[in-house]
Ligand binder design. Structure first.
Ligand code: BGC
Length: 501
C-alpha cells in the first residue's frame, strides 16, 4: 500500500532565528510599573503567576479522558439533532472518496487563513496518478479580512483569473469543457449540497460583512462573473474534508483528518445509519464525511484567566473555545498576556516595560516555537525573539520564565488536541464494534502548527498514546499529509464533475 507523501519542506520562516537583540533603548512609550518592589517580592510574584498558570492549564490523564469522552458525547448529540451540541457535525455531501481513477485537469481554490491558494492538477487515473501540479499562494491584505464580501471575493476571483490565464505544458483541458474547481472554504459552512453552502459565521479573525447567511459559492460565482471568468465550482469543501480526500487517495486506511494551523478542525468517515438526523436517508456508499467543526467544542477544557480575558476581547467572545486553546492563531497571544501580567505585577523585564508588550498579538505562535528551539546556555535566541516581537529587554532568568510560559501553553494545546483525536476515534470504534482500534487506522494531519512545531506535535502524540495505551496506539497512525487539502479538493471536483467520469 502506498503511503501518504510526507513533507521535507523546510520550515524556514517559521523557525527563523532572529539576529541578536539590539541594545538600543526600545522605541515607544515605556510604562512605569506601579510602586517600586524589592527583587525578592518581584521574583515571588512571577513565580506564583507561573505556578498558577501551570496548575490551571494542567492536563493530567483524567482531564484528557474527560475531554475525549465529552468530545465523543458531543459528536453523538450533534448527529442526533441539528444544534444538539456545540459540535455542528456538518454533513459534507461527500459520500464517495477518491478512487484513484480520477482523470483530467482540475483546479482548487483554497481560502482559509491569511493566504489563499490556487492550484491546478492534471490527474492521470490509477496508472499515472498525479501527473502535474502547479500552485500559487497570495496573501490576503489585512483590510480585506474585515471589509465587504464583494471586496474579498473580487480579490480571490482576480487571483484565480490571473492563475488560470497561464495554463500549458502538462495541463490539458478537453475541447469544449468548462474548467472545474474544488473550492476549499475553511470556515463553518452549512452545506446544502456538494456545491453550495451557507456561511454560518467567520472564525480566525475574519469579520467580513455581508457573507454570513449567504451561499459562499454564489458569492464566488458572482465575483467570477465580474471578472468574466468562466469556471464552475463542482465541489465546496472544508479544508479538513479536502485533507481527508487527499490523504485517502494514497492510503485506504485514512479515516480521520485534522487541521492544526491558524484555526483547527477535524472530520471523519461516518456511517449514514449512525446519523439519526438523516432520518433513514442513506447515501449509496452507506458512508459520508462529517465535518465536526470541533473548534467550537468547550466541554471540560481547563481555562485560565488569560484565556478568559483573551476570549472576552476577541471578535467572537464565547465562541470557538477549543480553537482558542489549541490553535496557532491564539497560543502566542495567551503567552503575551501572561508575560504582560508578570511584567506589570512582578517586574519580569525590569521596573518598566515597552508599550509593545501591551499590543495584542505582538507575540505570535511561530515566535513561541522559535524560542523553544533555543538550546543555548544563555538563551540568546529567546532574548532576540522577545525583543523583536515585544521590544522587551530580558536576562537569563526572565528568558527561562518566558520558556516555561510557552511550554505550559503549548503543552496544554498539544495534549488537548490529542484528546480530541481520541474522542473521535473512540466514537468511531464504539459504533463499529472495534474495527478502528483493531486494525491500522490513519489520522491525516495538516496545518502549520502541526507541521512546524515539534514540541506541540510531541505533546499531542504522547497524549494520544497515554489515552489509548501502547497496544491500541500501535494501530493508530498519525501522519502528516502535506497539502492534502489542495489536491483533495481538486479530486473531489473530479469526483463530482458534471462531465462523464
Ligand atoms: C474553521 C474550520 C476550519 C479550521 C481549520 C476553523 O476556524 O471554523 O472550518 O476547518 O478553522 O482551518
Amino acid at each position: 500500500m502506498s503511503s501518504i507523501p510526507t513533507t521535507t519542506t523546510s520550515a524556514a520562516g517559521f523557525f527563523r532565528i532572529p539576529p541578536p537583540p539590539h541594545r538600543m533603548p526600545a522605541a515607544g512609550v515605556r510604562m512605569m510599573a506601579g510602586a517600586l518592589r524589592s527583587n525578592a517580592s518581584s521574583l515571588s510574584t512571577v513565580g506564583s503567576i507561573l505556578t498558577n498558570l501551570q496548575h490551571e492549564s494542567a492536563t493530567p490523564l483524567p482531564v484528557l479522558r474527560h475531554v475525549a469522552d465529552a468530545m465523543t458525547e458531543d459528536m453523538r448529540a450533534g448527529l442526533a439533532v441539528e444544534g444538539g451540541s456545540d459540535l455542528k457535525m456538518i454533513l459534507s455531501y461527500v459520500d464517495a472518496l477518491p478512487s484513484g481513477n480520477e482523470k483530467g485537469l482540475f483546479y482548487a481554490l483554497d481560502l482559509g487563513g491569511t493566504n489563499f491558494r490556487v492550484l491546478r492538477v492534471q490527474l492521470g487515473g490509477k496508472e499515472e496518478r498525479v501527473i502535474a501540479t502547479e500552485s500559487e499562494q497570495v496573501s490576503i491584505p489585512k483590510e480585506l479580512m474585515s471589509g465587504t464580501s464583494e471586496q474579498l471575493f473580487d480579490f480571490i476571483a482576480s487571483g484565480l483569473a490571473t492563475f488560470a490565464e497561464v495554463e500549458g505544458g502538462n495541463f490539458r483541458l478537453p475541447h469544449g469543457r468548462q474548467r472545474e474547481i474544488g473550492f476549499t472554504f475553511s470556515f463553518p459552512v452549512m452545506q446544502t449540497s456538494i456545491d453550495s453552502g451557507i456561511l454560518m459565521k467567520w472564525t480566525k479573525g475574519f469579520s467580513v460583512s455581508g457573507t454570513a447567511g449567504r451561499d459562499v459559492v454564489a458569492c464566488l460565482n458572482e465575483a467570477m462573473e465580474r471578472q468574466a471568468l468562466d469556471m464552475r465550482v463542482s465541489a465546496l469543501v472544508n479544508d479538513t474534508v479536502g485533507a481527508l480526500a487527499g490523504a485517502r487517495y494514497w492510503d485506504d486506511d485514512v479515516m480521520v483528518a485534522v487541521i492544526l494551523g491558524t484555526g483547527t478542525n477535524a472530520c471523519y468517515v461516518e456511517r449514514t445509519d449512525a446519523i439519526p438526523r438523516l432520518h433513514g436517508t442513506m447515501s449509496a456508499s452507506g458512508m459520508t464525511i462529517i465535518n465536526t467543526e470541533w473548534g467550537a467544542f468547550s466541554n471540560g477544557i481547563p481555562l485560565t484567566v488569560f484565556d478568559k480575558d483573551m476570549d472576552a476581547a476577541s471578535i467572537n467572545p464565547g465562541e470557538q473555545i477549543f480553537e482558542k486553546t489549541i490553535s496557532g492563531m491564539y497560543l502566542g497571544e495567551i503567552a503575551r498576556r501572561v508575560l504582560l501580567k508578570m511584567a506589570e505585577e512582578g517586574d519580569l523585564f525590569g521596573r518598566s516595560f515597552p508599550q509593545k508588550l501591551t499590543t495584542p498579538f505582538s507575540l505570535r505562535t511561530p515566535d513561541l516555537c522559535a524560542m523553544q528551539q533555543d538550546d543555548s546556555d544563555d538563551l540568546q535566541a529567546v532574548g532576540s525573539i522577545l525583543y523583536n516581537a515585544t521590544q522587551v529587554e530580558s536576562n537569563l532568568s526572565s528568558r527561562k520564565v518566558a520558556l516555561e510560559v510557552c511550554d505550559a501553553i503549548v503543552k496544554r494545546g498539544g495534549r488537548l488536541a490529542g484528546a480530541g483525536i481520541v474522542g473521535i476515534l473512540q466514537k468511531m470504534d464504539q459504533d463499529s464494534k472495534g474495527s478502528i482500534y483493531g486494525k491500522r487506522t490513519v489520522v491525516a494531519m495538516d496545518g502549520g502548527l502541526y507541521e512546524h512545531y515539534p514540541q506541540y506535535r510531541g505533546y499531542m502524540q504522547r497524549a494520544v498514546e497515554e489515552l489509548l495505551g501502547s497496544e491500541i496506539s500501535r494501530n493508530i497512525v498519525i501522519e502528516h499529509s502535506k497539502d492534502g487539502s489542495g489536491i483533495g479538493a481538486a479530486l473531489l471536483a473530479a469526483t463530482n464533475s458534471k462531465y462523464e467520469h
